[in-house]
Write a protein that binds this ligand. Sequence first.
Ligand SMILES: [Ca+2]
Length: 222
Amino acid sequence: MIPMEQILSLRSLPETMKYWQLNYAWMNVIGSAFESKCFQVNAHDNRSGTTTTVDTCVYPHFEIFSSNATPTPIPTETPNSSGLLWDFNQNGNPEGWQAWNQLNTFQVKGGILYTKSTGNDPYMGSPKITANASALSRIEIRMKVTAGDTGELYFITKSDGTYDESKVLQFPITVDGEFHTYILDMSKVQKWSGVITQIRLDPTVTQAAIEIDYIHILPALP
Ligand SMILES: [Ca+2]
């Protein structure tokens, strides 16, 4: 038998699909991953918490996406008293972050978001947020990158919703095979003001393996 988790990991199945139309999503994943054959799988229903064994057969050219498995919209995230924290500590859940450019294998496992840069302009976007720029001006990123020399943190605001070179902080990265914590003082960037509505991380500027432990938006250092 093939554990449900293993099947889900064969494709980057959106987290919301695990809750929506579970059987449909699960059949689709099998169909895209195997040749025609029959076998048993464990199907875990996240809603009821129950696991059942099911006989199933799949066929080549099985429909890959379900048109009625509409993902639940991700709400805008607002800070709690600590700030905005993305820890990537739940397997399979990138917490609203998405690979936007030149990043593949975007996967959360064992407390780490794993991804791989395929070019010289890789970047990933946060979920929509509502963050008071003057209250939260420090960003901490703990990550391990295998190549490159520079990371970049872009952002947009309520009054300026375009990603451009006026709203970015560049920082040197260390590529020695270890995790490093980068502390970014966003108050150095003139346009870090008003309400921040989204951030974007360019973890490096070349092809590299990337592991991200966490991304935190925090109050300024005292
Ligand atoms: Ca983590």
